[in-house]
Write a protein that binds this ligand. Structure first.
Ligand SMILES: *Cc1c(COP(=O)(O)O)cnc(C)c1O
Length: 405
């Protein structure tokens, strides 16, 4: 059997849009001893992360932390607020929106999947006007929740959540707003309270830079109210007991202690850099990546510049080129992982992650690997994408040793 420690020389480039590279500082924090989860030291850690994470979601209200992947937190958001056969409005932005809709079906909800025809919706963001129109037609208020994905990781599109809130308000509709920002949080601007989101779902292994293994539900007072009447079966996911015990920094079960150490450290790192600086860094890397793609003469999966994702860029292959074969070539020759095309765009595109613990040279190395791999695969490139990205990064370079504050 191949040893788990086997790796070629140098570091592997993990340029998938989650899990993102885990900084050494977080790995070190995770190696602290696992302590008694009922002891006093733990309570202090619990209170620290539960309070700190609110600053990342920009909320004054409780954030529930589950020892589960993002998918678990998706389920928690639905089962805590809804009842069997409830009608929910979801919007098709890509593969993750589709998986969430399938989950709603399995849970016995009635999801209505709104979207643009064919794969058109897989190149654009949530269309708030379509949501408004649909809610206006629902005079009986049979729709109990609107569920949208903030950063659609399968395509590289970041939707306007404030716009969805405005659409719901304009239709004077009481539906809850439930948002997945599993891959958007801590990379793209997000404001749970200001945008009037009722439940925000997120995860650890994307912008927060942690390994996979914990996930979140940020709540609103309306969501907590709805949870009192929600009838879908739940036990492990149920908010009430967790929120109650969280008040003193503890959980009803054994929490993921070592990932909570890393979470505390991650929140410190993000706050030391400053959230506005974190978002600006991601925006700038996203712009550099898109310049490279355009210089190559390839198309960006996101067709609407207003909703380009700062987290990842989807690169469409010319007709006849298998994107998965290109990815495999890059993996084998240059020890770099890129994101695969998922669902409706499988084999047609690949995704370059530029989130989390990334800087100018991380992106440049990733783009160099892509450029060499595309050439090896025989894809005809218009000009050098790495040169275009270097020009942009060089011209907008910032002092990386400067510390804000
Ligand atoms: C990663 C991701 C998920 C799934 O999260 P898991 O941790 O893999 O369960 C769901 N939605 C979006 C937008 C994601 O990026």
């Amino acid at each position: 059997m191949q040893s788990l420690n086997f790796h070629p020389a140098g570091r592997h480039f993990l340029q998938i849009p989650g899990p993102s590279p885990v900084p050494d500082r977080l790995l070190r924090a995770m190696s602290y001893p696992t302590i008694d989860h009922r002891g006093p030291e733990f309570g202090a850690l619990g209170r620290r992360v539960l309070s700190g994470i609110r600053g990342i979601f920009k909320t004054e209200h409780p954030v529930v932390i589950y020892p589960a992947s993002g998918t678990g937190a998706w389920e928690a958001a639905l089962v805590n607020t809804l009842s069997a056969c409830d009608h929910v409005l979801m919007f098709e932005t890509g593969h993750f929106a589709t998986l969430w809709q399938k989950m709603a079906l399995r849970l016995g909800l009635q999801p209505e999947f709104l979207g643009l025809p064919g794969t058109e919706g897989w190149r654009r963001g949530v269309q708030a006007d379509m949501i408004e129109e649909r809610l206006r037609a629902d005079a009986q208020h049979s729709i109990k929740a609107v569920c949208v994905v903030h950063n659609e990781t399968s395509t590289g599109v970041t939707s306007d959540i404030a716009g969805v809130r405005r659409a719901i308000d304009a239709a004077r509709h009481p539906a809850l707003l439930i948002v997945d920002t599993i891959s958007g949080l801590a990379s793209a601007d997000y404001r749970h309270d200001e945008w009037g989101v009722d439940v925000t779902v997120s995860g650890s292994q994307k912008g927060l830079m942690l390994p996979p293994g914990i996930s979140f539900n940020a709540l609103s007072p309306r969501a907590l109210e709805a949870s009192k009447n929600s009838k879908l079966p739940k036990s492990f996911w149920e908010w009430d007991e967790i929120v109650e015990m969280n008040q003193t920094g503890y959980w009803p079960y054994t929490p993921n202690t070592n990932l909570l150490y890393a979470l505390a450290e991650s929140i410190d790192m993000l706050m030391e850099e400053g959230l506005p600086q974190v978002f600006a860094r991601h925006d700038r890397l996203g712009e550099a990546c898109r310049r490279a793609v355009r210089a190559w003469g390839l198309e960006i999966q996101c067709a609407d510049p207003a909703v380009y994702s700062p987290v990842l860029t989807g690169v469409m292959m010319p007709a006849g080129v298998d994107a998965d074969a290109v990815r495999q070539l890059i993996y084998k020759n240059f020890n770099m992982s890129l994101g695969a095309g998922l669902g409706k765009v499988k084999g047609k595109m690949f995704r370059i992650g530029h989130l989390g613990d990334c800087n100018d040279l991380t992106l440049m190395a990733a783009l160099a690997g892509c450029e060499m791999g595309l050439k090896l695969a025989g894809v005809r490139l218009r000009e050098s994408g790495t040169a275009a990205a270097m020009d942009y990064l060089g011209a907008t370079a910032a002092d990386s040793t400067r510390r804000p504050g």
